[in-house]
Structure formats: C-alpha cells, structure tokens
Design a binder for this molecule. Structure first.
Ligand code: GLV
Ligand code: MG
Length: 307
C-alpha cells in the first residue's frame, strides 16, 4: 500500500465553506479528513465568498494531521475553473486533495489534472502532489467508472454520492442512506457499492461511502456504515459531530482483529523465511499466502488508524 492509499479516511467531514462557524467547529473534531464544500451545500450567491473562506481556513491551519480537501463545483459548471484557481493559488501548499463531484466522464478528471498542473507550475508548488477524490454520483459515472478511476495518477479515492445517485436513477425514496421502502430483498445499493469498491481496488484507490442525512439517527448511521465497512470500504462521510465516533470505530478493525492480524503476519513471516514453509498452523488456524494478504489489509487499516 502506498503512502496515499494508507492515509486514514475513516471519517470524512463535510463542511460548508460558506459557514465560518462550522469551519471553526470542524477544527476541533476528531475526524481523519474533511472537505470544505464549495458545491451543493453552498448557495450560488455565496460561492465567491465560500472560495475565500476556504483559502483563509486552509492557510490559517490548525487542522492537526487531518487530510485537507476542498470540494469544487463540477466540471460542467461556470464556477469550477475559478474554484480551482482561487483555492490552489491561495492555499495549494495547505491542501491535500480536491474533491471533484458528479464525474461522468474521464475528461472531467483530465481537465482537473491539467488545470492543477498549470496552477502548480505558476505558483511553484510541487508537481502532482495535490490529489483528486472523484465522486461517482449517477448512472453515467458508474458505467464509466474504470476509465474514470484510471484517468489520472492524482486520483486517490472513489466516493459514492448517494443523494445525487438516487435522484439520477429515479429511486422511489427521499431518505438518503437508508433502504428505499418496498425493496425488501436485500441491500438496494449493493450493486452500486460493489462496482465502486471493485473499481477502487482494481486501481489501488480508496473507496469512500457517502453521507447519511438523518444526522440525529446515530444508530441508523452506524448500521449503514457497518454494511459498507463489511464490504471493504475505507470510510464514510460524516455531516455531524454525532457521527464521528461511530465512523472512526466502524471503519477501523477491532483491537482483537488488529492484534490477530499482526500475529498472523509475524507467524507467516517466520514460517516462510525461517522454516521455508508456505503453510503453517497458528493455533487452530491454517495460514497460507492468502491469509497473509487478508491480515495485511486489517493490519494496514489498523496502523493507519494509529493502533
Ligand atoms: C453527495 O454528494 C451526494 O450526492 O450524496
Ligand atoms: Mg452529490
């Protein structure tokens, strides 16, 4: 796992950049990552001000090791290019990634990659350091997800955007993150989530689940998070301080699983190097190379979470 892929993103906090009070509050929260939103949480007449708030918030600092990102408007809007230029010229050295929403075409990613390179050159930033987090939010984006995932080495994560996605496929519900009423034969999002997860893994990217909008229902949030964590997702957006602890717990391995994974790695290393054996017993469990790979996933998530 490379350094980027090992960044912890169990909890990714959405912060409207138009709201200085929320920005201030975000600094004190124990989230792994945050994005200052210039897109759907910001009214058109506030976009300009939000850009400047984002620049000020990043350059002032106080973000304590969190992954620092800004969500720009999508590549088909009139706001997008100025979002990128203002934020990266003003605060590029204090920015880890840009979140690009509503990506339906690899050309959107090529556009952002090129523009980032231009601004990096213009202001003397290290080339290629700023990553891209791609939001997959509709049927067109999902059908082209593999091309999108491969569109630039800057892409670090594929992020599911359930609200836009549900609207785009005419899903018969208004509750984002919950199962649609009437569908009682499993998880209505399973196919979409698996497509995103597989594309992410096929391209060495992280897979991040989107928001759960009933912010006071922490049990509902936890239930939804557990499903994607069980599949293999790396984290989930959080919209409210009440969701943070649940996200950090659900997307990290349990201490018991983490300790066991480290034990498996040690035992298997010893078996292959000292004993020259490809399969070995650890207690009642038989370990082979595939066990090592599974243990490595759990250990890497635990290490990234500081266990
Ligand atoms: C997030 O952007 C969503 O549409 O759910
Ligand atoms: Mg969206």
């Amino acid at each position: 796992m490379n350094a980027v892929a090992s960044r912890s993103r169990r909890s990714v906090l959405a912060v409207p950049a138009s709201n200085p009070r929320f920005i201030e509050k975000a600094r004190g929260l124990d989230v792994d990552a945050f994005f200052l939103d210039l897109e759907d949480a910001v009214a058109p007449l506030e976009k300009e001000k939000a850009r400047h708030n984002a620049v000020a918030a990043l350059t002032e600092g106080g973000w304590d090791g969190k992954v620092r990102t800004v969500r720009v408007n999508d590549a088909t809007t009139a706001w997008a290019y100025r979002d990128v230029i203002t934020v990266v010229e003003g605060a590029g050295a204090h920015l880890d990634c840009l979140v690009l929403p509503k990506v339906t075409d690899p050309a959107h990613v090529h556009w952002l990659d090129t523009l980032l390179t231009q601004v990096e050159r213009a202001v003397g930033l290290e080339q290629g350091r700023i990553g891209i987090e791609v939001q997959i939010e509709d049927a067109r984006g999902l059908t082209r997800i593999n091309e999108i995932a491969a569109a630039s080495p800057r892409v670090e994560t594929l992020v599911y955007g359930p609200a836009d996605f549900m609207a785009s496929i005419n899903m018969k519900t208004l509750t984002v993150g919950e199962q649609p009423p009437g569908y009682d034969v499993g998880d209505a999002y399973h196919y979409v989530l698996m497509r995103i997860l597989l594309a992410a893994r096929a391209h060495d990217l992280q897979a991040i689940d989107g928001p759960y909008l009933k912010i006071r229902d922490v049990d509902g949030f936890t239930r939804a998070a557990r499903r994607t964590a069980a599949l293999g997702f790396d984290g989930k957006w959080v919209l409210h301080p009440g969701q943070v602890t649940a996200a950090n717990e659900v997307y990290a391995p349990t201490q018991e699983d983490y300790d066991h994974a480290e034990l498996v790695l040690d035992a298997y290393e010893h078996a292959t190097t000292v004993q020259r054996r490809g399969a070995v017993m650890l207690g009642d469990e038989m370990l082979d190379e595939a066990s090592r790979k599974m243990a490595l996933v759990v250990a890497a998530k635990g290490r990234a979470a500081g266990m």
